[in-house]
Design a protein around this ligand. Structure first.
Ligand code: 5GP
Length: 193
């Protein structure tokens, strides 16, 4: 998506460890108008999938997921992060390793907020090694719901998550796909087309 790629070029910075910092519009300060446009793009890309609910993870997935939910007129549920859970009877849970924070978190969704006939769209801010998305896929499986697809704002295609999602036969869409990150900046997959 050109609008998003332009914004990443303008405001993104590359940190050591192949991390892209976009806290100017996505991860700390949030640009609502841009998020609204991204939500509209997710709606267009998943229009044929019969989405009934959006799942994401707190906190950075919430803004794009909310705008997708607004555009698609479906509820948005964010998994909550905890250090470790004891009482899990009413929850679907999965353990997720955080790429940027390098800690394990349990993520959980209350069973009341996923229904057996749901077709869920998973949305997140970044797809890197795929741990966060995999955790949500595990929750969807435990809840016995079908997965309409995975939509991410930014994927780092050179890391494992992209292929991991495709290998499961899941419809994957990234609004910006990064081929490489270096001291010279960001190269998008579309730059090589
Ligand atoms: P994964 O689970 O796919 O390895 O990583 C996904 C999560 O890690 C995202 O939800 C995001 O919060 C964080 N993350 C991974 N890579 C980056 C990055 O390059 N920049 C930022 N800002 N967050 C990232």
């Amino acid at each position: 998506m050109k609008l998003l790629e332009d914004r990443i070029k303008r405001d993104g910075t590359v940190l050591p460890g192949e991390v892209l910092k976009v806290d100017n519009f996505l991860n700390h300060q949030v640009d609502p108008q841009l998020m609204y446009e991204l939500g509209g793009e997710f709606k267009r890309l998943f229009a044929d999938e019969g989405v009934t609910r959006i799942l994401t993870v707190e906190s950075s997935g919430i803004a794009p997921a909310m705008m997708a939910g607004l555009q698609m007129n479906v509820p948005v549920v964010f998994a909550r992060k905890h250090r470790s859970l004891t009482l899990t009877d009413n929850l679907y849970t999965a353990t997720v390793y955080s790429y940027t924070k390098q800690v394990n978190n349990d993520i959980s969704i209350d069973k009341r907020f996923i229904k057996p006939d749901d077709k869920v769209l998973i949305i997140d801010d970044f797809l890197a090694n795929g741990q966060a998305v995999q955790g949500l896929l595990e929750i969807a499986k435990a809840a016995n719901v079908s997965v309409a697809g995975v939509g991410v704002v930014i994927e780092k295609r050179f890391q494992k998550g992209h292929q991991m999602v495709l290998d499961q036969g899941i419809h994957l869409e990234a609004l910006a796909s990064i081929a490489s990150l270096s001291d010279d900046g960001v190269t998008f997959a579309s730059d090589n087309d």
